[in-house]
Design a protein around this ligand. Structure first.
Ligand SMILES: NC(=O)c1ccc[n+]([C@@H]2O[C@H](COP(=O)([O-])OP(=O)(O)OC[C@H]3O[C@@H](n4cnc5c(N)ncnc54)[C@H](O)[C@@H]3O)[C@@H](O)[C@H]2O)c1
Length: 375
């Protein structure tokens, strides 16, 4: 038998749709994909979201005569586990949905949409799902791409799949009830994008960021910042959805953070680890003359103005080096570390050494300690 070649092309297409009053019975967004006659929906809701919206969610589906199974999920990184993944799968399997036109609905933060997305990717070799982010992290980052995953064997997102959602529904009213620390957590991903790609977004954050944080992004400028952040993120994700190109601008802040968040999972959020990485990277970039002193100061000043709290005690150069080594392996043997080249532009480095990291850590520790003394 000679060689036979199989090729097949599959178009990926999904909408990221902004909406308001998502659970208002007249809002059809949640039912705009899939069958609605004689229909069922399996819905997974973050337990903190459920506290605020339980009655509205139940009412929405009963109003539309949809048989809904609503499962609550306790979020937080410690719950991104194989056990919780299996438990959702068991719940799903006991409420068999139609494989093609009864999408699973995931309503919650990045942990929930990652876990439920992975459930959707693996159940019956893939069923459709709709993501409704309710944290800022989910809104500007976790929900709008196609990556799903759970933590496994002590490693973040070690199991997962690229599985596009059928739709992503954005209703920023969810952010009203989000605790401030989680608002700031999401802002770190917006800062990432601004520094590496969008000087105008950086300027918006400087001018209006603090006020928008206070307003939980319900203010007009907050809306502008969110829209710009999402558009920028999608611009980066769309041409490289499956990460064939491993040099990704959006990985800025995601090299040293990996080790930090793995070691300090219990008390360091994803965005907080990303911010520490951004600042270490900023100092490395400055030492290499990729950033001027003034640009470096602007980045530090922005984090202060937004009220970011930084913990110097967890900065361990050995851990950051290990993290870089692990990420190098993940990026197929090259460091491919995105670094700012001025504010709003990016280059990739493949030769960061342990001394540079140590010196950046020392400078960052000093800056944080001086700031804390002043406060
Ligand atoms: N798939 C991706 O591309 C991608 C990208 C970035 C981050 N992530 C993942 O996202 C996760 C972090 O997401 P997260 O920060 O949203 O964490 P999370 O899902 O744990 O949510 C944070 C907290 O907010 C609560 N919460 C959620 N919505 C709320 C609301 N509207 N009001 C009040 N409380 C609410 C949750 O119960 C939880 O306690 C990480 O696991 C990270 O790996 C994935």
């Amino acid at each position: 038998m000679g060689t036979r070649r199989v090729t097949y092309q599959h178009t990926i297409e999904y909408e990221v749709l902004s909406t308001a009053n998502l659970f208002h019975p007249q809002n059809w967004a949640l039912l705009s994909a899939g069958r609605i006659e004689d229909a069922r929906r399996f819905i997974v809701v973050d337990s903190n979201v459920e506290r605020h919206y339980s009655a509205e969610i139940q009412n929405y589906f009963s109003h539309h005569h949809i048989e809904a199974k609503i499962v609550t999920f306790p979020s937080g990184e410690e719950n991104k586990t194989v056990e919780n993944y299996l438990s959702i799968l068991r719940g799903l399997d006991s409420f068999p949905i139609h494989r093609r036109d009864e999408p699973i609905i995931a309503i919650g933060g990045g942990v929930l949409t990652d876990v439920v997305g992975f459930v959707a990717s693996s159940y019956r070799r893939g069923v459709p799902h709709i993501k409704v982010p309710t944290t800022l992290m989910g809104y500007v980052d976790a929900s709008i791409g196609i990556k799903t995953g759970i933590n496994f064997n002590g490693s973040k997102n070690r199991l997962g799949a690229f599985h596009p959602p059928q739709k992503v529904l954005l209703d920023k009213a969810f952010l009203k009830t989000l605790p401030k620390r989680h608002i700031l957590n999401g802002v770190c991903e917006i800062i990432k994008l601004a520094v590496i790609k969008d000087a105008e977004l950086f300027g918006l954050l400087e001018e209006h960021g603090a006020q928008s944080v206070d307003a939980h992004f319900q203010d007009e400028q907050g809306g502008v910042i969110l829209d710009r952040g999402i558009s920028g993120m999608l611009e980066e994700l769309q041409p490289n959805l499956f990460e064939e190109d491993l040099a990704r601008k959006v990985d800025f802040g995601h090299t040293f953070s990996y080790g930090l968040e793995t070691r300090h999972e219990a008390h360091l959020f994803h965005g907080e680890a990303v911010l520490l990485d951004i600042l270490i990277s900023t100092l490395i970039a400055q030492a290499r003359n990729l950033l001027s002193e003034e640009e470096t100061s602007r980045i530090f000043h922005l984090t202060d103005a937004l009220g970011m709290e930084l913990n110097a005690s967890i900065l361990d150069p050995g851990l950051l080096w290990e993290s870089l080594t692990e990420r190098t392996y993940h990026r197929n043997g090259l460091q491919r570390v995105p670094m700012p080249r001025g504010i709003g532009d990016c280059t990739f480095l493949n030769d960061i050494n342990a001394d540079e990291i140590e010196s950046a850590v020392k400078t960052l520790e000093d800056r944080i300690n001086v700031k804390n003394e002043i406060i």
